[in-house]
Write a protein that binds this ligand. Sequence first.
Ligand code: HAM
Length: 403
Amino acid sequence: MDTIQSLRGMNDIKDSDAELLSYFLRQSTDIAIKHGYSYISTPILEQTALFQRSVGDSSDIVSKEMYRFTDKGDNDVCLRPEGTASIVRSFIEKKLDRAGGTHRFFYHGAMFRYERPQKGRLRQFHQFGCETFGEDSCMEDVFVIDLLGKILSSVGISYDIYINSLGCEDCMPIYKQNLIKKLQTISLCEDCSRRIATNPIRVFDCKNKTCQDKLKTVDKITDNLCETCHGDFEAVALALDNLGIKYYINKNLVRGLDYYTKTAFEFVSHDIGSQNAIAGGGRYDRLVAHLGGRQRSAVGFAIGVERLLELIKLPDRKRTIWYMGATSPQALKLLSQIVSARRDKDIVMTDYKSRSFVKHISNATKKFATNIAIIGDKELANGQVWTKDFMKNEENLVDISLF
Ligand code: HAM
């Protein structure tokens, strides 16, 4: 019979990768909580309209990459391609948009995009993200960039930061109109020609070398910001300088999702392959209102966890792994007590049957235990446990009360 395999672009995360993933989630969760974020979990399945209205109908994510179907209740649904839209939906649904104040959420989980799989580009991948609502000062953008850097540094990852400003509802529409006029005079690839009609700024993201060369002389939004956006962009840059955070301004950085306003950023690693954007985010001040809530400023980021796995450096922490066994049926009862108590401190493997001393030693070696503890009739009578530390090659008889 044919064996059943996982779908293309959808991987099991196991063994050392699973250890790296859980280490990363522990670190990022801890740092996010210390920065005032609380955990939120939203459903993997959402109404398709949520992403059409937020990420945007014209984006590649929505127009080409959705896992979309009609469910048994005749609802048009899809697997979430990203987390931000769901957090905004939940924020509005809980009426937090009316509550005032600042709200900070972090989340992690699987996202789905029907892309062409390659190294670092999957159809099911995981993100860790943070979103702040209700803070319109651009200093929050700096706070968020700093936080993202701290999370990556905490797991030993180095990166370059690229920033840009995508303007606001005052300057972006005027810029777009002028851009369309300009683009109509240049011959670009098929994809770019389509984008002129749908979302012209996306042409700056084109990977085609000829398009890139032709677009070099075309005016960028960064040089056409209104006074407020320009002032905010300068303030963000200055605050990053003050914090000693190094960054590059990339005027071609337009992001693949339509909801951004003002600050946009990406963190890039030069130690992985071509899919080197390890995190991205920015400000999206219009999205809450666009999804039916009251106007609330928002800014956030998401990290692509799979792209980090080969970069994460686990701390050089020696773990104690016990193997514990009994050599008589009478000793088994006491064994179960010491196993349970020791599990509060260390990893403990055991054997539920009594076996010979030699068999226990051989089992412990096969299971790569660092320490072994054995109780037999003699030890039971003396209230002791025989132990050996394989790393130090040290044997001891320890009082059970002290073990
Ligand atoms: P994004 O740039 O689409 O932004 O995704 C964030 C990160 O997810 C990327 O930088 C990348 O590391 C990872 N990623 C994206 N697609 C894939 C894929 N197919 N395979 C593996 N990793 C991938 C967002 O999703 C926004 N929601 C970020 C955000 C939060 N903006 C504001 N708040």
